[in-house]
Design a protein around this ligand. Structure first.
Ligand code: ATP
Ligand code: MG
Length: 149
C-alpha cells in the first residue's frame, strides 16, 4: 500500500499533543509541500512514529522542542528525523536500544514509565519495511532518530 507520510505525521503529532503539553515541550513539524509516499503498512508506520515521537517528548525537557523533519530530495531516500533537546543517550547504550526491555538508567529516566519495548517494535517494523533506524545522540544536547526508507 502507498502511504503519504505528510498527513500521517500530522495525525501522529496531533495524538501526542496531550503528552507534549504535560511535559512542556512543543512538537514542530517540518513537512514539504505535496505528497511523500512510501510503500508500507499504515498502522505499522503510525506505530513507528508514535513510539519515536512519544520517546522524544517523554525524555524531553520542559521548555524544549521536538522537531520532526520529513525529507524527500530528488534521487535521495525518504527520511523522517525526530530530533529532541533532551538528555541524550550515552554512546555505549546506543547499539542496545532496540533490544527488548532495554532501558537506559540515566538520572530521572527511571522515573519515566516504560517497558523498554518501544524501540524493539520500531526496529522490527522497519526491518519488514526495508527501512533503517539511524541514531545520533549527544549527552546534554539531545537525540536524533532518523528513519531512512
Ligand atoms: P516503552 O516505549 O515500551 O513504553 P521505553 O520508552 O523505556 O518503554 P524504548 O522506547 O524502547 O522503551 O526506549 C528504550 C530506552 O531508550 C528508554 O528507556 C530510554 O532510556 C532510551 N531512550 C529512547 N528514546 C530516547 C530519547 N529520545 N532520549 C533519551 N533517551 C531515550
Ligand atoms: Mg518508548
Amino acid at each position: 500500500e502507498k502511504i503519504d507520510l505528510v498527513p500521517l505525521l500530522g495525525h501522529v503529532r496531533d495524538a501526542l499533543v496531550p503528552l507534549a503539553s504535560d511535559v512542556g515541550v512543543d512538537i514542530n513539524l517540518h513537512l514539504p509541500d505535496g505528497k511523500v509516499e512510501v510503500l508500507g503498512d499504515r498502522d505499522e508506520l503510525v506505530q513507528v512514529f508514535e513510539n519515536l515521537m512519544e520517546n522524544a517528548c517523554k525524555y524531553g525537557q520542559e521548555g524544549k522542542t521536538v522537531d520532526v523533519w520529513l525529507k524527500n530530495g530528488a534521487g535521495q531516500p525518504v527520511e523522517v528525523s525526530i530530533v529532541d533537546q533532551g538528555p541524550g543517550i550515552p554512546a555505549e547504550h546506543v547499539p542496545r536500544l532496540t533490544e527488548r526491555f532495554y532501558r537506559v538508567s540515566i538520572e530521572d529516566s527511571r522515573s519515566k514509565k516504560g517497558t523498554g519495548l518501544g524501540l524493539a517494535i520500531v526496529k522490527h517494523i522497519l526491518t519488514r519495511h526495508r527501512a533503517r533506524l539511524i541514531v545520533k545522540s549527544e549527552v546534554g544536547k539531545g537525540t536524533d532518530f532518523t528513519v531512512r526508507f
